[in-house]
Write a protein that binds this ligand. Structure first.
Ligand code: SF4
Length: 333
């Protein structure tokens, strides 16, 4: 997984032909000016001064809209503004819609040094996509992904959980179909109901009930394990914790440390499974986890350890470099 900092350039709702039911980018764009090429130049210049050689590990990332559907003059001007800095950064990353990708635009992006393209797939169920008013279907995702891979870009795919019409089963089918497109990275975003969105209107009309946090943790833990088994890194799970997001949240399974909760659940379930399989009786045990995974094993507010304690196990946590992330080994003490 990448741990470097990208230089994010926010282009809210630029290029979007309409508004998806869960998305508040249009509202944000009403309050935020899209960046000018001069803004991009200033931002990259400042980032370079601040980060020095460390900048070489980060990518310039355009996000928040449908980059390939932006007016071509403005799009090229933004990319042109990055050119003097190309050698200073690891690459250029952008996100866009599956129905706004063709060979011509990919050739243009290649010429400007773009290295990674992320597609907002969201679901591979056409009914879920229609209810979310995405304006594209699953076949568009397959076609765009194939073109992006064939052109030699790194492919990122974004999916959502808990959209109207979605179930745990359709979400897992989405994951299967997306994994079959061989993405280099995945992002998973549980749908949140934000102010001034179509989803908020549905929620207030009683036509949409978002899944709760527990269900979401259960499902996202399964997704994390699914992509882990296939060797596909999940580079993001859940939206970033921002004051603006919390102010605009109407409903939905929001948690600032969602990934920690999911990984904690995976480790707790694995511990319980091993205790049963190895027929370890209640008493003192040691849980060996991958380095850096101790707090995930303990769980938020030590909830995993308290759970095991209630089952009669007094736990110590140790690290073992031979244990893989999201796995563990249990031994009696
Ligand atoms: S395409 Fe993306 S940015 Fe545009 S409205 Fe839909 S979700 Fe929002």
């Amino acid at each position: 997984m990448k741990s470097h900092a990208n230089i994010a350039i926010f282009v809210p709702h630029q290029g979007c032909p309409h508004t998806c039911t869960f998305c508040d980018q249009r509202v944000i764009s009403g309050r935020t000016q899209p960046p000018s090429p001069e803004d991009v130049d200033r931002l990259l210049h400042g980032a370079l001064e601040q980060m020095g050689p460390r900048a070489g590990q980060g990518e310039v990332a355009f996000f928040g809209g449908s980059f390939t559907a932006i007016d071509s003059g403005y799009r090229r001007a933004l990319l042109q503004a990055v050119q003097p800095y190309r050698a200073n950064f690891a690459g250029i990353r952008l996100s866009t819609r599956p129905d706004a990708v063709d060979e011509e635009i990919l050739a243009e992006l290649k010429a400007f040094g773009v290295t990674s393209i992320e597609l907002g797939a969201q679901s591979m169920d056409d009914e879920v996509l229609a209810l979310a008013q995405r304006g594209h279907c699953a076949a568009d995702v397959e076609q765009a992904a194939a073109l992006i891979k064939a052109a030699g870009f790194s492919l990122g795919l974004q999916m959502m959980t808990g959209l109207p019409g979605d179930t745990g089963e359709t979400t897992l089918q989405t994951a299967e179909k997306l994994a079959a497109l061989f993405p280099d990275t995945m992002r998973i975003y549980p749908a949140l109901t934000l102010e001034e969105t179509g989803l908020a209107a549905l929620y207030r009309a009683g036509q949409y009930l978002p899944p709760d946090l527990e269900e979401t943790v259960e499902l996202c833990a399964r997704l994390l394990q699914f992509f882990d088994r296939r060797g596909i890194p999940v580079i993001r799970l859940g939206l970033h914790d921002e004051a603006q997001l919390r102010e605009r949240l109407v409903a939905g399974p929001y948690h600032p440390a969602l990934r920690e909760l999911c990984e904690g659940k995976i480790l707790l379930d694995a511990a319980k499974r091993q205790l049963t399989q190895q027929e370890i009786p209640p008493g003192p045990i040691t849980l060996y986890v991958a380095p850096g995974h101790q707090s995930k094993m303990a769980g938020q507010n030590r909830r995993n350890l308290l759970h095991l304690e209630e089952m009669g196990y007094r736990c110590a946590i140790e690290t073992d470099p031979l244990v893989k992330p999201l796995q563990l080994r249990v031994e009696r003490r």
